[in-house]
Design a protein around this ligand. Structure first.
Ligand code: SAM
Length: 350
């Protein structure tokens, strides 16, 4: 199925036909396994919108683990090296370890990881690791219980997530990344405490600028704390310096403590967009492929899977989608684009 490879000036080696219209290869696939979540984070799934009346997908709508595995194989044959399982909250989907066991052995897969809110991790970390999960990212916006509960709006306390992180570390799912979305006036006063707690643990805290994903989170520019400001605040207490990226297209900007206490990262989607190096595609739970986190139109892979198409035919569809990809939403963000319809992040994950 693979086409001849070529090496680009920017260092990527790619198969000839999976470069998009800005010469970005396809390298990462984020797979959302459910649109449901046990949190109601105010910046992601506000309870007013995602309340008891909200119509979540039905079981038959979701891609099965077999369908996800088949698609993953096809994507990996087209250059994908990394799979990230996400949601909604992926750990609310039953027997997720069975999916890991199917994905982990796929030839050509270099990295298999998962993003979770951590609330169910203590119970699941060991079996996920046994099934082949390599590492994990846990979302934790604050160590202050009141702040954290106000943000997750589900009464989950900080200790539950910290227990999940400990269980993940004990299961060898490292390095563990801890993601914190920072919103001005909500949790920005707690970022130094969060950084401090994870110094010298080997876990990497990554602070995320609050993004205008979806249409329901009430995003405003004045709620964004830029990475520059966060860096200044942390540097005043714990001096930090930039570190070089691990690889081309890495999402977080790496920084390290000057005293050797470890590293932290910043995800600068608002202040310093990184569309130019975006090699990510996102698969929704019902098999729609989105080529941008801020997209509004998915490409329907489920109907191909369920319509009896061959791997070759599905691969051809993937190539046709990727070749014309020209998304660069964050780079052209303006007052005109903010109101455009976008897919909800709770559907396609981070
Ligand atoms: N439930 C899982 C979790 O909590 O990690 C996976 C899905 S969640 C949508 C993935 C990540 O997106 C989380 O780290 C979450 O904090 C982040 N996120 C959600 N809405 C966001 C926003 N408006 N701006 C920045 N990050 C956001």
């Amino acid at each position: 199925m693979l086409r001849p490879a070529c090496r680009l000036k920017n260092g990527y080696t790619v198969t000839m036909d999976v470069i998009d219209s800005f010469r970005r290869p396809l390298r990462d696939l984020r797979i959302s396994v459910t649109d449901r979540c046990n949190f109601r984070c105010t910046y992601c799934m506000p309870r007013e919108v995602f309340g008891p009346e909200y119509q979540f997908l039905q079981r038959d709508d979701l891609l099965t683990y077999e369908e996800i595995t088949r698609l993953s194989r096809i994507f990996i044959a087209h250059g994908v090296e990394k799979l990230r399982i996400t949601g909604g909250e992926p750990l609310v989907r039953r027997d997720l370890d069975q999916l890991m066991a199917k994905l982990a052995p796929i030839a050509g897969l270099k990295d298999l990881t998962l993003t979770t809110n951590g609330s169910l991790l203590k119970q699941q970390a060991a079996k996920l690791a046994e099934a082949g999960l390599k590492r994990i990212t846990v979302s934790l916006d604050s160590l202050d219980d009141d702040v954290f509960k106000a943000m997750n709006d589900a009464s989950v306390n900080v200790q539950t997530v910290l227990d999940g992180i400990d269980a993940a570390a004990a299961a060898g799912l490292s390095p563990i990344k801890v993601n914190a979305v920072v919103k001005r006036g909500v949790n920005d006063h707690t970022i130094v405490e969060l950084a401090s707690y994870f110094r010298n643990t080997g876990h990497i805290v990554r602070f995320i600028e609050f993004m205008d994903v979806g249409n329901t989170n009430g995003w405003r520019l004045d709620s964004v704390v830029t990475a520059r400001e966060m860096i200044e605040r942390i540097d005043r207490v714990y001096p930090i310096e930039p570190a070089t990226a691990n690889y081309e297209g890495e999402v977080a900007k790496r920084w390290r403590y000057r005293d050797g206490a470890g590293e932290i990262g910043f995800i600068t989607s608002i202040s310093e967009p990184f569309c130019g190096s975006c090699t990510r595609a996102r698969l929704s739970p019902e098999g729609q492929l989105f080529t941008c986190l801020f997209g509004n139109q998915g490409h329907d892979f489920r109907s191909l899977l369920r319509g009896g198409k061959s791997d070759e035919e599905i691969g051809a569809f993937l190539r046709s989608v990727w070749r014309i990809r020209d998304d660069r939403y964050s780079e052209i963000r303006s007052s005109d684009t903010i109101g455009l319809r976008k897919v909800e992040m709770s559907r396609i994950g981070g």
